[in-house]
Ligand binder design. Structure first.
Ligand code: AMP
Ligand code: GLY
Length: 423
């Protein structure tokens, strides 16, 4: 069986490692992957957004199953294009990927189907948006409608900041056409939880919960990043809250998408905030999270390929999705300066074996002969699994010490907030 994984970051590396446990797979192609995955997959030099070339390659190589991991190709219809030539995929089609592709769509969906989320208004007219924030409660949250590399959200601490954000999105178009429509919403408070869930449109099978650490610096200071580390499970996400989320959020979302004629098949990511009024949706993503995947999949005990095929086939109800009751921690090692300016091209040293069987999932690296060089802001994630969270965190940091490249920087407090919550 030949499998193709579209995407090139740490999330995709984690998916590939997990898929490799299935012995019916003879070859995995990473499109485009990155140099750090060369031992685990065959790298294919086609960009994740080059849909026509991806389809051509998949047909030529007789790919049996494709996993489309990143938001861009999903929103562009990569799954539709592969299905059209008879290739089965894990991932939503274009009509369902809109749940991440348009915040206006997802907010209106939640309103229509009574799914708990922050109160909001949508705007296509800048003057109306500017007028609206003059009387908004502060802080107020401004969101660009479309994909914006995870940077399309501004939490404005004053009316002036809110106006500046609106102008930068609608007038200066810093996110291009994503800023033509804005969502302006109420600021919510409470612990954040990420829940990734498999769904085939008939049932929802949530994975173990996790917690991302989005800010660049310790104690949640500094700029927002794609994620500097994760832990799983998230201690705030109790059994009772999980049951409540299933009833008020997960099933209603699946049913809402079905009612809209946009059946979602794949991994639906629920970004939740546990507010004093109960769990609410902050955002949906139409894919696995990065770096949530780096702690969630190492805890999966069932076979990933089988689950992914069942998700595509509509047989998820009969398929086992089992997680271990251990804990995992992933510490991201970034190039110093990320997410602003940083340097790359430094040689990396990743030992074959790390203490405590920790694993390295590479996000930004390229091969230069037999050397591996840094090639991105987030360079790699080091994941350790242990019986409890405290041990997983200390194992991950033990392993981080053995991975070396010039300019490496990581947060030193991944997991600390979760550990405090446990006490
Ligand atoms: P997003 O890009 O939608 O994940 O938003 C980035 C981050 O902004 C989230 O992880 C939250 O921490 C924060 N955020 C987004 N919407 C709200 C909101 N309505 N209230 C408070 N924080 C928010
Ligand atoms: N870690 C957040 C995301 O994948 O969007």
């Amino acid at each position: 069986m030949k499998v193709m994984v579209v995407g090139g970051g740490g999330r995709e590396h984690t998916i590939i490692r997990k898929l490799k446990e299935n012995k019916t797979i003879t070859e995995i192609f990473a499109v485009p992957g990155n140099g750090g995955m060369a031992k685990d997959a065959t790298l294919v030099n086609i960009g994740a957004k080059e849909i026509d070339k991806i389809v051509e390659f998949a047909v030529k190589e007789k790919i049996d199953f494709a996993v489309v991991a990143p938001d861009d190709p999903l929103v562009l219809g990569c799954v539709d294009a592969l299905n059209a030539v008879g290739i089965k995929c894990f991932g939503p089609d274009k009509s369902a990927a809109i749940i991440e592709g348009s915040k206006v769509f997802s907010k209106n969906l939640m309103k229509k189907y009574n799914i708990p989320t922050a109160e909001y208004e949508t705007f296509t007219d800048m003057d109306e948006a500017l007028k609206y924030v003059e009387t908004s409660k502060i802080p107020v949250v401004i969101k660009a409608d479309g994909l914006a590399l995870g940077k399309g959200v501004v939490i404005a601490e004053s009316v002036d900041d809110a106006k500046a954000a609106i102008r930068s999105m609608m007038e200066d178009k810093i996110f291009g056409d994503s800023g033509n429509n804005l969502v302006i919403e109420e600021f919510l408070t409470g612990p954040e939880v990420s829940v990734l869930a498999f769904t085939d449109g008939k049932v929802v099978k949530p994975m173990v919960s996790s917690m991302d650490h989005k800010r660049a610096l310790d104690n949640d200071k500094g700029l927002n990043t794609g994620g500097m580390g994760t832990i799983a499970p998230n201690p705030y996400y109790t059994k009772d809250i999980a049951n409540e989320c299933m009833e008020t959020i997960f099933l209603p979302t699946m049913n809402a998408m079905n009612s809209e004629g946009r059946t979602f098949k794949g991994c639906l990511y629920f970004g939740l905030m546990l507010t004093p009024d109960g769990p609410k949706v902050i955002e949906y993503n139409c894919r696995f999270g990065d770096p949530e995947t780096q702690v969630v999949l190492p805890l999966l005990e069932s076979d990933l390929l089988t689950i992914m095929q069942a998700t595509a086939d509509g047989t998820l109800a009969e398929t086992e999705v089992k997680f271990s009751d251990k804990s995992a921690c992933c510490v991201v090692m970034a190039s110093d300066g990320y997410p602003a300016k940083y340097e790359t091209g430094y040689e990396m040293t990743i030992p074959e074996e790390l203490p405590h069987n920790a694993e390295v999932f590479v996000a930004g690296a390229k091969l230069d002969g037999d050397k591996l060089l840094t090639a991105g802001g987030r360079v790699l994630g080091v994941t350790a699994v242990a019986d409890d969270l405290k041990t997983a965190v200390s194992f991950a940091y033990d392993a981080v010490k053995e991975v070396k490249f010039q300019n490496a920087r990581c947060r030193s407090d991944i997991g600390q907030r979760a550990l405090k919550a446990l006490k």
